[in-house]
Design a protein around this ligand. Sequence first.
Ligand code: DAH
Length: 340
Amino acid sequence: MNKENIAGIKSRFFEDISNSQTEKSLYDVKVKYVGRNGELTKILKNLKNLPPEERKEIGPLANRARHEIEKAYEERKKELGERIDWEKEKIDVTLPGKKEEIGSLHPATLVYREIEKIFPLMGFEIVEGPELETDWYNFTSLNFPFDHPARDMQDTFWIKSDKKKLVLRTHTSPVQVRYMEKRKPPFRIIVPGRVFRNEATDAAHEHTLHQFEALVVGENINVGHFKYIAKLFFSAFFGKKVDIRLRPSFFPFTEPSFEFDISCTVCAGKGCPSCKNGGWLEIGGAGMVNQNVFVSAGYPRNRYQGFAWGFGIERLAMMKYKIDDIRWFESGDLRFIKQF
Ligand code: DAH
């Protein structure tokens, strides 16, 4: 047992660890030299049997060698750990790619965008109003007399409030008066927005929905203008020629009032299951603005004429995208939204 032995062990150890390419083989090398029966361990164990002179010389050498070995082992282990494992890193370029999930727009948003693209081309301004309304703008200013049964047409969410009577607006019509208070005719606006009804919901009724209102006011506006604008809009929206049909109706804020239909977008009016063979699809309400509404807004009576209409955005989306139940819109169900 001598110094040369220890130097030899050390240099073999260094050679072995630099040849080790995995942590497992590195560990085996460590065991071989400083494990329980390792080469260096044997020398250390044997120290006590050496004559004192030799022990004094070999002891420190062997101990230092052990420290060096352990330190070198740790360093090499770290080095191997940081090394890139090319086996694991290998990329198989023939595998199918992972699809990036990008969101899609809600169908109501799609209709909004379409409307907001088409109307400005016809000189319309896009206007918005508050969702929490006063009784005045939602009803009274629109010629719904207090306690008149016309109010029952719109099941209303009333808000508890000490001051004014507040409602979640039941339609976008209140923005008519809000806008006219600030502007003088002539003008043409559309008003898209969210409205609320205290409905018993079913496939055709929802408590939260979207409407859009149109209002065109000037000195010589008549029903012909309404029909023409409606025809242009619906033809652009559905991408095909669409006809308009009016039926007499009643709304407090228009006189005369009508419901209007468009020719069926599936069969072009011939009759098919989509239009229940009638050839027409019911769209919404419209009419010539009642002079009482102009008066509510501060205009003189009988000075101006205008037409207005209002209908449901969801209803349009249902027609365009063939959706069978309005309750999908507020459902938050991703399976529904992802289809658009
Ligand atoms: N505001 C009505 C509703 O929600 C729809 C409507 C009808 C709007 C006639 C109009 C109109 O502007 O002229 O039931």
